[in-house]
Write a protein that binds this ligand. Structure first.
Ligand code: SF4
Length: 375
């Protein structure tokens, strides 16, 4: 892709852009749209960053700040397993122990010095005590951390969000957020690729980035993928305004902007990369299908979306009906996509291969398809 192509893309009429993207999706992914039935475990809501749009993070002085104990992790995991979940998503703030004494003390009380070490043990606990597959969303990772996490997690993820350095300036959403410098995040994309980790990443839309910066971010993801073929999915997520954030007055991106960005992503990215947009962050999410998505991401029958707690997940059966009306079948996948399972390649840790393969059907999607809501 070149500059001329990018300029043409920006000028293409929305209907044509959507139609090009939908054709690519239909050709590669067909009319199946997937989701992952998962349980969310917010291991800690403390973080050394302070992104202007984040409602998940809690300062250690906040009574709601916490690190979940192993008992709490297990209780949540077992609840998810009882409801037919197959994936457990660990989401957590970035290395709070490096910034806050209180976080360091809470971690020490649990017997750990580094959050990553605790996360590794919690993944192992989940694997030992439940049938779930852990997926970890722990932000930027060093090579050593990836090596520690790979044997205990089926897949990993980190939103690239943006490649805009501008957004790190004073008054901007990533100001004073050491883990949000694009160089750090691109390094994690590269490192996980070199270590063959099935990886999820994505863009956060509407936080002040320009169209050109979005396109640049998509090319950066694609370049990492072309080198390592490890990007299993890209999420296009829309910024949500909330009363308790620094960006409380910042406008949310309009639907057309989301649709154009999703379509551009489908056109730019290698077609084998799954394209996802969350169904709970826009009432008219079904329109995303017209822009080329093939996946809705994680939907939980047992836990809320801790990142956007005011937005409920759709009922899985209701979503299936909406998809059917739009001409798509909703099917359940695992946290690892079929391409990584089929190849029996280095992307799966040998200790997890048997479990993952036993949970997959012939098509690499979830063997036991569940469309029911929680009991
Ligand atoms: S968005 Fe992530 S990195 Fe930023 S403050 Fe929230 S938890 Fe931390």
């Amino acid at each position: 892709m070149n500059r001329e192509f990018d300029e043409k893309l920006a000028q293409t009429h929305t209907d044509d852009l959507l139609s090009m993207a939908a054709d690519i999706r239909d050709h590669y992914w067909g009319r199946k749209v997937t989701y992952s039935r998962k349980v969310f475990v917010p291991l800690t809501n403390m973080c050394r960053d302070t992104c202007g749009y984040c409602t998940f993070v809690k300062h250690p002085s906040d009574p709601a700040a916490r690190i979940m104990t192993p008992e709490q992790v297990l209780a949540q995991a077992q609840k998810g397993a009882r409801q037919g979940c197959k994936e457990l998503l660990f989401s957590l703030g970035e290395k709070p122990e490096l910034r806050y004494e209180a976080a360091k003390k809470s971690l020490a009380w649990l017997g750990y010095e580094r959050m990553t070490d605790y996360l590794v043990d919690m993944c192992a606990l989940v694997l030992e005590e439940t049938p779930l597959l852990p997926h970890v969303n722990a932000g930027t990772l060093s090579e050593e951390e990836i090596d520690q996490l790979k044997p205990v997690s089926a897949s990993m993820g980190m939103m690239l969000e943006t490649v805009s350095r501008r957004l790190g300036r004073e008054g901007m959403p990533h100001h004073a957020c050491p883990d949000k410098t694009p160089t750090q995040r691109l390094r994690t994309l590269e490192r996980t690729g070199a270590k063959n980790v099935p990886f999820t990443t994505g863009l956060l839309i509407g936080i002040g980035e320009t169209w050109e910066e979005r396109i640049e971010a998509l090319h950066a993801i694609n370049a990492a993928h072309r080198k390592h073929r490890h990007i299993q999915e890209v999420i296009i997520q829309n910024f949500q305004r909330k009363p308790d954030i620094a960006m409380a007055l910042h406008p949310e991106p309009p639907l057309e902007d989301m649709l154009r960005t999703i379509a551009a992503a489908r056109i730019i990215l290698d077609p084998e990369i799954s394209l996802q947009a969350p169904p709970n962050l826009h009432q008219r999410h079904i329109a995303y299908l017209e822009a080329g998505i093939n996946d809705w991401g994680g939907i939980s029958p047992v836990t809320i979306d801790f990142i956007n707690p005011q937005h409920e997940w759709p009922e899985i059966r209701t979503l299936a009906e909406s998809c059917a009306s739009a001409g798509f079948d909703l099917v359940e996948r695992l946290t690892v996509y079929p391409r990584f399972i089929e190849e029996r390649s280095a992307y799966l840790d040998s200790g997890l291969t048997r479990r993952i393969r036993s949970m997959a059907g012939q098509d690499g999607l979830a063997r036991d398809q569940i469309l029911e809501a929680a009991e």
